[in-house]
Design a protein around this ligand. Structure first.
Ligand code: F6P
Length: 345
């Protein structure tokens, strides 16, 4: 029998929530407890829990029955401990280091998006053993092909677009649907393609409203009297209105065709994860526990070419995985007549 002291680990979920967080917590926790005999605690409300020493001991039984639940049993927050109120104010990082030591932790698993990975990397630089798990509906974390949460958001957005087709057709209207993505247009691109959108506007591609209107008029003239326009929330538009209202107003003004808008909002982040997200989050979680057992710290678990890997946090911190102009799906879409609003720039 091994006389080695069992490892004690913390888990936290930070940043905007997404479907699959509980599957990831369960994946880490169960593997850590069942396979490696570790002790597990969960910090409440992201990095806030680590700062305030607000945590719960997690037994294996606490991790049963949560796989299918949306949200996060640990809660989350957008706390950024390194965003100092005043220059030189290092109170929060200091508290984190003290609490990590007091609690006798061997490692902390930080489940989150870009901001969370950036903080995790800072904690690594301060000497904490950290492992990141990438989550976000936006799918924009650098260093991994995919984040969990994306597939669930995609399903919700695609279903919404499917439903808009019938009502757009009945009324022969232009329907604008706005999906999430401030910087990255992955949801807009994928849901737009899966839902048969006619025009897709992404934050990464500069659009011209003339191109958008021309495409709609061409469709109208070729017996396609209704159109679906999928826009990411982060496309260029005046701050006082949503991206969808801005585009809807412009189209109605320039084409005279009746136009309506829908902003999908937080519905995309709520509810139960899809089977694919449950599997991905579980695989990430289980692999994170394995990384701790192997003391492969300072890394983010990732998926590359369908294989699990651990990427150094230092390589990904401060980067965003954006849709590239030469993204293959964009090329395929253009060849089918889908417009990205940039044809007449
Ligand atoms: O990171 C996911 C995301 O849903 C973005 O697409 C969105 O703009 C943002 O979070 C909004 O989150 P919140 O209002 O919770 O800060």
């Amino acid at each position: 029998m091994s006389t080695e002291k069992p490892k004690r680990i913390g888990i936290l979920t930070a940043g905007g929530d997404c479907p699959g967080l509980n599957a990831a917590i369960r994946g880490v926790g169960k593997t850590a407890i069942v396979k490696y005999g570790m002790e597990v605690i969960g910090f409440n409300a992201g990095y806030t829990g680590l700062i305030r020493k607000d945590y719960t001991e997690l037994e294996e039984s606490d991790l049963s029955g949560i796989l299918t639940l949306g949200g996060t049993i640990l809660g989350t927050s957008r706390e950024k401990p390194y965003k100092f109120a005043n220059e030189g104010d290092t109170e929060k990082p200091k508290l984190i280091k003290e609490n990590y030591k007091d609690l006798g932790l061997d490692a902390v698993v930080c489940i989150g998006g870009n901001g969370t990975m950036k903080t995790a990397n800072r904690l690594r630089q301060e000497g904490l053993n950290v492992i990141g798990i990438p989550k976000t509906i936006d799918n924009d974390v650098w260093g991994t092909d995919v984040t969990f949460g994306f597939d669930s958001a995609l399903q919700i957005a695609t279903e919404a677009i499917d439903r808009l087709h019938t009502t757009a057709n009945s009324h022969q209207r232009v329907m604008i649907i706005e999906v999430m993505g401030h910087h990255a247009g992955w949801i807009a691109l994928y849901a737009g393609m899966a839902g048969g959108g006619d025009i897709i506007l992404l934050p990464e591609l500069k659009y011209n409203i003339r191109s958008v209107c021309k495409k709609i008029e061409e469709r109208y003239e070729s017996n396609k009297p209704y159109s679906i326009v999928v826009v990411a929330e982060g496309i260029e538009h005046p701050k006082r209105v949503s991206a969808a209202s801005h585009i809807a107003e412009a189209i109605q003004t320039y084409t005279g065709i009746e136009t309506r808008e829908t902003v999908l909002g937080y519905i995309q982040r709520g509810g139960s994860p899809t089977p694919m997200d449950r599997i991905l989050a579980t695989r990430y979680g289980a692999f994170a526990a394995q990384c701790i057992a192997e003391e492969n710290y300072g890394t983010m678990v990732a998926m590359k070419n369908n294989a699990l890997t651990a990427v150094p946090l230092d390589e990904i911190s401060d980067k965003l995985k954006l849709v590239q102009k030469d993204e293959k799906l964009i090329g395929k879409a253009r060849r089918m007549g889908v417009s990205f609003g940039d044809e007449y720039l």
